[in-house]
Design a protein around this ligand. Structure first.
Ligand code: EPU
Length: 301
């Protein structure tokens, strides 16, 4: 969204062991760290963010299991592993691997399951926390297991069934996703490429993909309460497209996106979100629930 202030402390661990050590070091000093993935679904408040932010940007490793089926998440293999694409169609990734890198790795191997995420920004960790996805599928559809860091610093592997992910919610609670094993399906390279291309074309036509935003602002409501209308449609129907606060605008292309036209502040964006929520409630009786996360700061002095 390109808004917001600065962090008091920023830690950038390079591997899962350092991530755990950073987490524990912060907790021992009385902080509850905030964890920053790709920031694609996040609005950072203006001013200084108190405490510790742990960024996962360095935890980018993405690899295939070893030929004997080894899929240890903590240690990426040091050398190249030559495996035919037909063998073991799983990807192992750390939480800082970008979703676009996962989609293109699967696409190039002709493995199906991640095409629905074509064009979705952000990283694996945030994608797992939010169950990123859309009409053509969501990330948790392909999760075999996820490694999580419990608040007390314990590492634990959980299967998809143990997590019970839901629409836009990986249901991880206070746990942090450190990495995951994704199980994909062998397909024809050309078919996977074609699905990625067509989903992306469709998305580009209806979403303001080249502008700065944090994706959809609101979750789609229960269709029973909204007459089957999506959040974007409800916002459109009440004439809120184009509403603005400073440089924050409700996209004229898709009602559920707020775009930063240049110099918007977090306060502009957050006020505009409440304007839209109030308007939709008044006109349709539906109270929209936020999808984007907000990190509150203390006001700058
Ligand atoms: N619509 C309008 N006006 C608008 C926007 C949408 O009438 O301004 C109508 C569309 O014509 C369509 C319906 O509303 O009939 C749904 O719109 P769309 O197909 O754009 O999908 P969406 O439900 O708004 C969801 C996800 C997106 C994801 C797309 C495509 C949510 C909140 N949004 O959007 O995810 O990219 O499907 O798969 O679930 C995100 O979560 O950040 C996000 C962008």
């Amino acid at each position: 969204m390109r808004v917001g202030g600065r962090a008091e402390w920023l830690l950038e661990p390079r591997d899962p062991a350092e991530l755990r050590a950073a987490w524990l070091a912060a907790r021992e000093r009385g902080f509850t760290p905030r964890v920053l993935g790709g920031g694609a679904n996040l609005i950072v408040d203006d001013g200084e963010l108190p405490g510790v932010v742990i960024a996962t940007a360095q935890l980018r490793r993405l690899f295939r299991p070893t030929p004997d089926g080894g899929d240890a998440l903590d240690q990426a293999p040091s050398g190249a592993v030559a495996l035919e694409r037909e063998r073991d169609t799983r990807l192992v990734a750390w939480c800082g691997a970008s979703l676009p890198s996962l989609v293109s790795a699967a696409r190039d191997l002709g493995w199906s399951g991640l095409e629905g995420l074509a064009g979705v920004p952000g990283q694996l960790g945030g994608g797992l926390a939010m169950n990123a996805g859309g009409r053509w599928g969501a990330l948790w559809d392909v999760v075999e297991r996820v490694r999580v860091l419990e608040p007390d610093g314990t590492l634990r592997d959980l299967t998809r069934e143990q997590c019970s992910p839901r629409y836009r919610d990986g249901n991880l609670g206070l746990r942090l996703a450190v990495g995951a094993v994704l199980a994909l399906k062998l397909d024809r390279v050309a078919d996977v490429q074609e699905r990625c291309r067509s989903f992306l074309t469709e998305k580009n036509a209806v979403q303001p993909v080249s502008e700065h935003s944090c994706g959809c602002i609101f979750k789609n409501p229960d269709p029973e309460l909204s007459d089957g209308r999506s959040a974007g449609r409800l916002i459109d129907d009440c004439g809120a497209k184009g509403l603005a606060r400073g440089d924050a605008h409700v996209s004229t292309l898709h009602g559920n996106f707020i775009v930063n036209r240049g110099a918007a502040t977090a306060a502009d964006v957050l006020t505009l979100i409440e304007d839209v929520r109030d308007l939709v409630l008044e006109k349709s009786g539906v109270r929209l629930e936020s999808e984007a996360r907000v990190w509150r700061a203390r006001p700058a002095s």
